[in-house]
Write a protein that binds this ligand. Structure first.
Ligand SMILES: Cc1cc2nc3c(=O)[nH]c(=O)nc-3n(C[C@H](O)[C@H](O)[C@H](O)COP(=O)(O)OP(=O)(O)OC[C@H]3O[C@@H](n4cnc5c(N)ncnc54)[C@H](O)[C@@H]3O)c2cc1C
Length: 484
């Protein structure tokens, strides 16, 4: 059903229809409702219009209209963001890049691929695997999330421990600014001259412009990969194993910890072969040449034994390895076996403080009468406490948000940071002042203004309202910290 529009919306829609086909400009209820939210608990806000961009030129045309009419623009990939980054401000044009999903070029000689922003992470990876390469950043949402979203959130994943998060794999980005100006940031050279504006754009969460083309570095497939599953009586021993492995000078491709609560849910869901009597399990993957991999496996087994591992297993073949990873990668789906809703948190703490912060997280759960399970990229200290709940329970959402805030405070108190990979969005913007000084925030705002002087690109995100451009505050109808 078509929504009856206000005069302002009709004006925006009419202008967009001068440059786009009618099937690219959506104002029906269903389209607006889908674009009103992402995967976070931030309260949905329907935009004025949803535009389905099919090309770079479409985005240029929309960004020109946005500036002419003074209307905010919110880029959107797959909407899997967990911080409210793609939740629109009222009256905004949502620019969906889902139809811009072509891999334009794969250059094996130079180890790069040029893609449109709507390419799904796993689609790129699958296409590359047969060529002897892969795309390293592998968020757990990789079956649906897009490269544009990965770049905007500087996303990570289990295999980012050894190779780095998205920014380490992006060579160049073509960006359309509000007003339609096009800038090419970075370049094919590993060390392009000039200021690293490519680096400034990555992690900008859509507040600096819209990426319409991304050149990524592709990684050669390793000759040998070995995956170990280590089980422990308690989380502390698993966390200490992680610190000891890194302290021994070994940087595995991945190190993922799961506690008993999530292991039991996974086993019920997919039967990955994890021991359900263990207090925590640690999935470790090492890769490289056979000699190095074998030496690292022996060393890791030795460390695991010293840390009191109750069982140590190496996957015997590719099928077993795939099953171990299937368990980890379906962990969030498995949570449905515990309760219908969850709030997936994301902070980083110094690796040596993992065990103590996890104890604190457990106390936070008890204090707020909430179940918290843990599944996280332990190698880089990235915590993902998962608060599991049923939103029909009266008062539970307040307790969930309080517990989330306590987890952030505990992580910061331990010397950690606000987010490892999910970004700031709306969810954490009011915590920015706890992490950065006023001067820091003012400088971030100046950088933002240099890309977007009108403050129309995804306004009301990342920077706290006290440090955003004045025009952004006026335009945003999503006050910080507005939750479901
Ligand atoms: C179950 C689950 C597991 C997850 N696991 C991980 C994980 O392991 N690691 C991780 O890092 N994240 C994870 N995430 C979070 C999320 O999937 C990532 O942040 C992902 O990169 C978002 O991609 P998207 O296409 O869904 O972006 P969206 O949610 O659509 O947008 C995210 C942000 O990017 C901006 N944006 C989108 N496209 C563009 C563009 N072309 N130009 C400029 N800005 C743009 C949006 O405005 C928004 O601010 C997970 C999410 C879920 C639901």
């Amino acid at each position: 059903m078509r929504r009856s529009g206000s005069r302002g919306v009709d004006r925006v829609e009419r202008a967009l229809l001068t440059v786009l086909r009618p099937d690219q400009v959506k104002t029906d209820d269903a389209s607006l409702r889908v674009a009103a939210r992402d995967a976070s608990l931030v309260r949905p806000t329907p935009p004025a219009v949803v535009c389905l961009a099919e090309s770079h030129d479409d985005v240029v045309a929309m960004m020109t209209i946005a500036a002419d009419l003074g209307v905010p623009v919110v880029p959107r990939g797959a909407g899997t963001g967990l911080a409210g980054g793609a939740v629109p401000s009222g009256g905004a044009i949502v620019v969906s890049t889902a139809r811009m999903n072509r891999v334009l070029d794969v250059d094996r000689d130079n180890g790069s691929a040029r893609v449109q922003p709507g390419v799904v992470n796993l689609d790129l990876d699958r296409l590359l695997r047969s060529t002897g390469f892969h795309f390293s950043p592998d968020p757990s949402s990789q079956q649906v999330c897009t490269l544009g979203g990965n770049v905007a959130n500087n996303s990570g994943g289990p295999h980012c421990l050894a190779y780095g998060v998205t920014s380490a794999h992006v060579l160049a980005v073509r960006v359309v600014l509000v007003g339609g100006e096009v800038v090419d940031l970075g370049g094919d050279d590993p060390e392009p001259c000039g200021l690293d504006l490519r680096g400034a754009f990555i992690g900008g969460e859509g507040t600096l412009g819209i990426a319409t083309e991304i050149t990524v570095a592709i990684t050669p497939n390793p000759p040998v990969t070995r995956t170990l599953l280590l089980a422990y009586a308690d989380m502390t021993s698993a966390a200490n194993t992680v610190s000891s492995i890194i302290a021994a000078g070994i940087v595995p491709a991945a190190m993922e910890v799961m506690d008993q609560g999530i292991v039991r849910a996974i086993e019920q869901y997919v039967g990955a072969g994890y021991p359900t009597d263990a207090g925590a399990v640690l999935l470790v993957e090492v890769e490289g040449l056979e000699g190095g991999v074998a030496a690292n496996e022996v060393a890791i087994r030795g460390i695991a034994e010293r840390m009191g591992a109750t069982s140590i297993r190496t996957a015997v073949d590719e099928a077993e390895r795939a099953l171990l990873w299937k368990g980890r990668k379906t962990a969030f789906g498995a949570v449905a076996n515990i309760a219908p809703d969850y709030y997936l948190h994301d902070t980083v703490v110094p690796r040596a403080r993992l065990a103590s912060v996890l104890d604190e997280v457990a106390s936070i759960g008890v204090r707020h009468r909430l179940m918290i399970v843990n599944v996280f990229h332990a190698g880089d200290g990235n915590l993902h406490p998962l608060i599991v709940f049923d939103r029909r329970d009266p008062g539970v959402l307040e307790r969930v948000h309080e517990a989330g805030a306590d987890i952030v405070r505990a992580s910061l108190a331990a010397g950690g940071v606000l987010s490892g990979e999910h970004g700031i969005g709306i969810e954490k913007q009011e915590f920015m002042s706890a992490m950065f000084t006023d001067d820091d925030l003012d400088h971030q705002n100046r950088l933002r203004r240099s890309f977007d002087p009108l403050g129309l690109s995804n306004p009301g995100k990342v920077l706290p309202s006290s440090h955003s451009c004045a025009d952004i505050q006026q335009l945003s109808s999503v006050p910080a910290g507005v939750w479901l």
